[in-house]
Design a protein around this ligand. Structure first.
Ligand code: AMP
Length: 406
């Protein structure tokens, strides 16, 4: 059965088509510069990558082309073969603790949450509407970045601010990257061969977050109301003293919006190094002796170490630590610094094993107190899995209704 995974951004749309339940990727691609000049898309099929320049007026046009490509490349012969489409949605707020069908009522809730994710939720709604128009008979699901973190208890998700802020304005920790944390935690448990585990999963990419997971359920995570909380990131500051914001707004005489841009786009590795938000550039800067790059990297790893140590205590021990995403999977240097910084916990890096990129691997020695792994993330597959499961349960429900069992 064909399931599409879709990730719509404000001017982009990424997709992968899976044959489920075998989980084979049949075709994947990205539409870029939607609604802008010089729009184009790339398709990956049978190990080949093709780029086509075409006018993409809106997301619906991108979706129409996506479907044409599926038909032309004989991924499907008829549209009816696409049974379900899973959409990544960044902010599910307090409403969604699991993947849900995108009914009109649920779409309204996603729209209502747009003020908490102004760049992401409106784009997802546009993507879902486009998919509904082009493939009306498919089940459309929303897979939320925040859903996995809904098991966090109130003492961890509330901020120590006036209580009504949460009740009236929905101000609380939601956490993000949930689909990725869930995927690598599931895979880690498969490797360990048991599910009653305590795991710390580190999704370290341009955006970065850490989660503490007990028996498959998230008990804490580093991101908050928005993805600019917790760790220092490529260009985001993460946790800082809240008064820095109001003080600097007065000093710079800037608006809330301008301050938001500074804290999201001009801070983190970029803000400290003055060079780049990309960890590869920071590593290159360190190699040529740039002290600000060295400082940025030290601050970056310091915060990862602190969060892992905090979650070790909160979990009451830990069965495995996982590194994933761009930096977690690829930066030998960052992993080494983090694991060296955790030596007090008895963690011992295996330098030879750590010298790798993008592969699933144990990177600590046999006598390390906690085994640490690299597990490449696969959010698209997780979206397809969840969507397939929801499709199956809906079909089962229909069958029971038809047979008048319920
Ligand atoms: P992501 O947001 O998960 O796509 O991760 C993107 C980040 O991964 C980039 O900004 C880079 O900083 C980092 N990255 C990718 N490849 C490498 C590498 N070979 N070495 C260090 N960092 C890398």
């Amino acid at each position: 059965m064909i399931v599409l995974s879709v990730n719509a951004g404000s001017s982009s749309l990424k997709f992968q088509a899976f044959d489920m339940p075998e989980e084979n990727v049949l075709i994947s691609g990205t539409f870029e510069r939607i609604g802008m000049k010089e729009s184009f898309y790339t398709i990956k099929l049978n190990g080949e990558k093709i780029k086509k320049e075409v006018e993409l007026k809106n997301h619906e046009k991108a979706f129409e082309i996506l479907i044409e490509e599926l038909l032309e490349n004989k991924i499907v012969e008829k549209l009816d073969e696409i049974k379900a489409i899973g959409h990544r949605i960044v902010q599910g707020g307090p409403y969604f603790d699991k993947t849900a069908e995108m009914t009109d009522e649920n779409m309204k809730k996603v729209k209502e949450l747009s003020s908490l994710a102004p760049l992401h939720n409106p784009a997802a709604i546009t993507g879902i509407k486009a998919a509904k128009n082009v493939v009306p008979n498919a089940l459309q699901t929303g897979v939320f970045d925040t859903a996995f973190h809904q098991t966090i208890e109130d003492e961890n998700y509330l901020y120590p601010v006036p209580f009504e802020w949460c009740e009236k304005y929905k101000v609380r920790k939601y956490g993000f990257h949930g689909t990725s944390h869930k995927y690598v935690a599931y895979r880690m448990n498969e490797i360990l061969g048991r599910y009653n585990t305590k795991l710390i999963t580190c999704h370290i990419g341009n955006g970065a977050s850490i989660a503490a997971i007990k028996e498959g359920q998230c008990i804490n995570t580093s991101m908050g109301l928005t993805p600019n909380a917790g760790l220092m990131m490529g260009s985001r500051c993460g946790d800082i003293d809240a008064t820095v914001v109001t003080y600097m707004m007065q000093q710079l005489e800037c608006t809330a919006e301008e301050m938001d841009t500074i804290l999201n786009k001009q801070s983190g590795l970029l803000g400290i190094s003055g060079v780049s938000s990309d960890s590869r550039d920071i590593e290159d800067g360190m190699k040529i002796g740039n002290p600000r790059c060295t400082l940025a990297q030290q601050m970056f790893t310091r915060r990862i170490i602190d969060h892992i140590a905090k979650y070790f205590v909160e979990l009451g021990g830990c069965d495995a630590i996982v590194f994933t995403a761009g930096i977690g999977e690829n930066s030998v240097h960052t992993r080494r610094e983090v694991l060296d910084g955790l030596a007090a916990l008895g963690i011992k890096i295996d330098e030879e094993a750590n010298d790798c990129r993008g592969v699933e691997r144990l990177i600590t020695t046999e006598d390390s107190s906690i085994p640490c792994y690299i597990i490449p993330t696969n959010e698209e597959l997780m979206i397809a899995r969840d969507t397939y499961l929801l499709y199956q349960s809906k079909e089962k429900e229909k069958e029971l209704v038809e047979n008048e069992i319920i």
